[in-house]
Each structure stands twice: as structure tokens, then as C-alpha cells.
Design a protein around this ligand. Sequence first.
Ligand code: FES
Length: 235
Amino acid sequence: MNATDRIRFELDGRDIDAAPGESILQAARRAGTDIPHLCYTDGLRADGNCRACVVEIDGERVLAPSCCRAPQPGMKVKAASERARASQRMVLELLRADVPAAAEKSDSELAHWCEALGVVEPRFTPRTNPTPDRSHPGIAVDFAACIQCTRCLRACREEQVNDVIGLARRGADTAIVFDFGDPMGDSSCVGCGECVQACPTGALLPATLLDVAVAPASAAYRPTRQVDSLCPYCG
Ligand code: FES
């Protein structure tokens, strides 16, 4: 990065540089400060839908999502102020409340950020537990753990140019769907696994890792048709 290209701004009292095109979140991470984030992941277009990454910007009344906000020279940003942290915690608590305890994955990014910010027991009522989709031979879908961050949609569309996953319905009923609401195993999914890699909550996971207690083996459905796979490990 040329010195002349740098965008110098302040993050939590420290001067850092951003490269042209970088967001506040990206520049902060490069400088060693990780801001909570869930719907953002490296390599995918920032969507700004979860609001876990909100920061205070001097002179602005409303908190800004740092994943899709470009820093300006001289901007003063607070990611760890009392107000920013309170908002980040509230977002994490609400998202965690969406995930019933039985569907929580302790090694997920959601669990990591909840632990990092001290979000323990959500005070809000969880959703009812939707039935998991076990129709795909390689990938299970635990809808109860989904926070609709759309990372799987973007991974499917932007990484694989497949566009199998979409969002259906509205409000609290919003859910990811495959093609036209087909079981994943009947959809045009090629089993590449990009969505599993992208998921920050474990809603999409290798089929063998879904707790069998949430879907009895007798309910398992195995499609007989075969699809071409782009998976580098399957050939
Ligand atoms: Fe920024 Fe979700 S990570 S809004």
C-alpha cells in the first residue's frame, strides 16, 4: 500500500491505516482489533444485515455497521465504547435467543462472539424448533440454528455461481430455502460445501455431525438421484 493511498483514521484512540476500498472492520482486523461480526466473512460481499459489528463514529448520531462502512481520513471510530459494546451485546443476545439451546453449536462463530462479549443466557424466548432437513447425503440443515445472515446464499452464489439457496417468507418466519423450497437433497445443490464453510452458527453442517436426537434416524430421507459435484475431495 502506498503511503499516499492510506486512509488514516482513529479506532478506539489508536491511529490506524486503511487501504482504499477497505471497510472499517477490515482495516481494524488487519491492525489487530477484531470487531464482532457474523454476517461478514472474508471473501464474500459485505451484506450488513446482522448489525453485530456496529461502531460509534464521532459526529454521527446513529451507530454504523463497520463491515460495510468505509473509513474517511481523520474519522474517529469507537468499537469498544460503552454504547457500541451495549449494542453489539444486544444484537448477539437477540441472535442467540433465536437459536434454541438444543441447536447451539459450541464451536460456532456465534458462540465465540457471545463468549467474548459475555452474552450468557438470552432473556428472550427462543423460536420453536423447526425440523432439520436431513435429505442431503452430505450436508444437514439445522434450521433452528440459522440466523439468516445470508452467508450461505452469498457463498453459493458468489463462490460457486450456483444460486441454490434463497430466503423465503417474511419477518420471524424468514428461512433459507433451496431452489423453490425443495428438500436440500432434491435441490440442484452439488454438495460443494461452500455454504457449510460460510455458516457462522452450524446451521449448515456435515450430515454426520447433526445430532441424531433432533431428527430420529427413521425420519432420514436419502435421495436416489445423483448430481454432479464440484467438491474437490469427491472428484
Ligand atoms: Fe456487519 Fe453483520 S457483520 S452487519
